[in-house]
Unconditional design. Structure first.
Ligand SMILES: Cc1cc2nc3c(=O)[nH]c(=O)nc-3n(C[C@H](O)[C@H](O)[C@H](O)COP(=O)(O)OP(=O)(O)OC[C@H]3O[C@@H](n4cnc5c(N)ncnc54)[C@H](O)[C@@H]3O)c2cc1C
Ligand code: FES
Ligand code: FES
Lengths: 165, 330
């Protein structure tokens, strides 16, 4: 093996919500499975496990991704943010509070992914209209059909951000 | 077989050497196709995965009238590029019409070009008849439930679609692909990159095993040329195309002086509508011309009951995109 290449890591160092963890992993382990099964961070949900539903959305270096289609090993040295990491001073994130106010969930299974995606959407500046919110939230499916309320929750936070600017 | 192994490449040369020297090895870029096929669907056998994600092949630069796009640039990054927005806006439109923001943050431009078909028979190893997976085994899609399948470049051997949106405007623009191989560098015309299935649907590109795409060269359109991408699908967002079209037109005094047209959702490879371009250039930018171009674009389709509708839908998609790009001067 050329020393220009790193051998399969069995011990992976992951930075999640600001804490550094060393985990012993099979190199096939996805970030999603590492979070849920090795770090006991079960807030991130597994829906399709094939990149299609968005339930597993987390932020990687501040950008939203689906954690089921990336190996934990690929995330070494990068910042992972999960739904457990978005509270502000122990209080829920503004997006989470808006989801509660607008009843933007029914069973709640898709919600952590929706919340992570919405936080990212707002940071991307893509919550300018309901159509824009729908388009750029389309990677997050909701089997309960809470879509209208999800859009309303995001619209409210976008409005608050606009007035506080 | 050696089984699954993961290594992170630190330079292009050793990554190329490693994959070239091992028939079971492959590159891992964004992973949105490769991990899906290897770990979830088990269509691609587990072998050595060489993670090229941190190689310095990321970024966009303008070189005269050509945009040089590093193969590891993400779909979101290219879609947001200001030069793309100004000079080849249909590239950005095609990118943003594909996948979801999450996937576009992961997926790379090189990987997008080499994404594998979404044919559900190809992706289901319980299905034995798939010439793409097992040459000579037949094609379950031809007699099965086809919808998201190709009608151009297709035959009874294979109707698997090349589902990339990005490849459609890149085909229209005559992009080029820079490749690093064990024997050195070469440049491949976009038209030559993807191979028509013929009797060997398992051969999808002209790349030799171990060749790595390092850069995609995108010629910019002349100032004043307008472009657009139209994608027709079963749901409004986050779905593959039933049909799509990328068009660029220059119009002077009502006459078309430059025309580029390529199609998605219909071809086994990204499809250039050369005959339609011939109809367009020199003709008045009118509804009649656009209809004639659409007729010329879809020649000798190979359809099965599930894909017959695409013949008419593709023509209407072409007419619509041409009308939009021409600014409805018809
Ligand atoms: C749910 C879902 C929806 C999608 N919807 C769309 C859509 O609407 N439109 C669309 O166009 N696409 C869509 N895609 C496909 C997506 O765009 C591709 O999966 C992605 O672009 C592949 O890029 P990647 O970097 O993830 O490639 P990878 O998965 O890392 O690699 C793909 C293939 O290319 C090879 N490879 C990668 N980079 C290189 C390189 N530089 N040189 C040589 N070989 C290389 C790999 O070995 C592998 O064989 C969708 C995907 C998913 C999962
Ligand atoms: S679990 Fe990852 S996208 Fe569905
Ligand atoms: S609230 Fe049940 S899936 Fe969305």
């Amino acid at each position: 093996m050329s020393d220009a290449l790193r051998q399969t890591p069995e011990l992976v160092t992951l930075t999640v919500n600001g804490s550094v963890h060393q985990v012993q992993l099979d190199s096939r382990t996805t970030l999603l499975d590492a979070l849920r099964d090795h770090l006991e961070l079960s807030g991130t949900k597994k829906g399709c496990d094939q990149g299609a539903c968005g339930a597993c959305t987390v932020l990687l270096d501040g950008k939203r991704i689906v954690s089921c289609l990336v190996l934990a090993a690929q995330c070494e040295g990068r910042e992972v943010t999960t739904v457990e990491g978005v509270t502000v001073d122990g209080r829920p994130h503004a997006v989470q509070e808006a989801f509660c106010r607008h009843d933007a969930l029914q069973c709640g299974y898709c919600t952590p992914g929706q919340v992570m995606s919405a936080i990212s959407l707002l940071a991307e500046g893509r919550a300018g209209s309901d159509d824009e919110i729908r388009e750029f939230m389309s990677g997050n499916l909701c089997r309960c059909g809470a879509y209208p309320n999800i859009v309303a929750a995001i619209r409210e936070v976008a409005g608050q951000e606009a007035t506080s600017r | 077989m050696r089984g699954f192994e993961y290594v992170r490449a630190t330079d292009v040369g050793s990554a190329v050497a490693l994959v070239s020297g091992d028939p079971g090895a492959s590159y891992l870029a964004g992973g949105t196709t490769q991990l899906d096929l290897m770990l979830k669907d088990a269509v691609v056998p587990q072998g050595l995965l060489v993670d090229i994600g941190r190689l310095p092949l990321r970024g966009i630069a303008t070189d005269g009238d050509v945009l040089r796009v590093g193969a590891l640039t993400t779909m979101e990054e290219l879609a947001a590029d200001p030069v793309v927005a100004e000079r080849v806006p249909f590239v950005s439109e095609a990118l943003l019409a594909g996948a979801s923001t999450q996937l576009r943050n992961m997926a790379t431009i090189g990987g997008n070009l080499l994404q594998r078909t979404r044919c559900r028979y190809f992706r289901d190893i319980a299905v034995t008849d798939c010439n793409k997976r097992t040459p000579g085994s037949g094609c379950a899609a031809v007699t099965g439930a086809a919808r998201m399948h190709a009608i151009l470049g297709a035959s009874a051997h294979c109707i698997a679609l090349h589902a990339s949106d990005l490849c459609v405007p890149l085909r229209a623009l005559d992009a080029e692909v820079r490749v690093e191989g064990a024997a050195g560098q070469r440049t491949i015309a976009f038209a030559d990159l993807h191979v028509m299935p013929g009797e060997r649907p398992d051969v999808e590109t002209v790349l030799r095993h171990g060749e790595m795409i390092s850069e995609v060269l995108v010629p910019l359109l002349p100032a004043g040329t307008r472009s657009g991408y139209l994608k027709v699908r079963d749901r409004v967002s986050y779905e593959f195309a039933l049909t799509s079209a990328a068009a660029a037109l220059s119009i002077e005094d009502g006459v078309i002086t430059l025309a580029r047209l390529a199609l998605g959702g219909v071809g086994t490879v990204p499809w250039r509508a050369t005959e339609a371009e011939r109809v367009l250039v020199g003709a008045p930018a009118t509804a009649r011309t656009f209809l004639a171009a659409a007729e010329a674009a879809i020649q000798d389709p190979f359809t099965v009951p599930g894909t017959e509708f695409k013949v008419e839908l593709a023509k209407r998609t072409i007419v619509r995109v041409l009308r939009t790009v021409s600014g409805e001067q018809s």
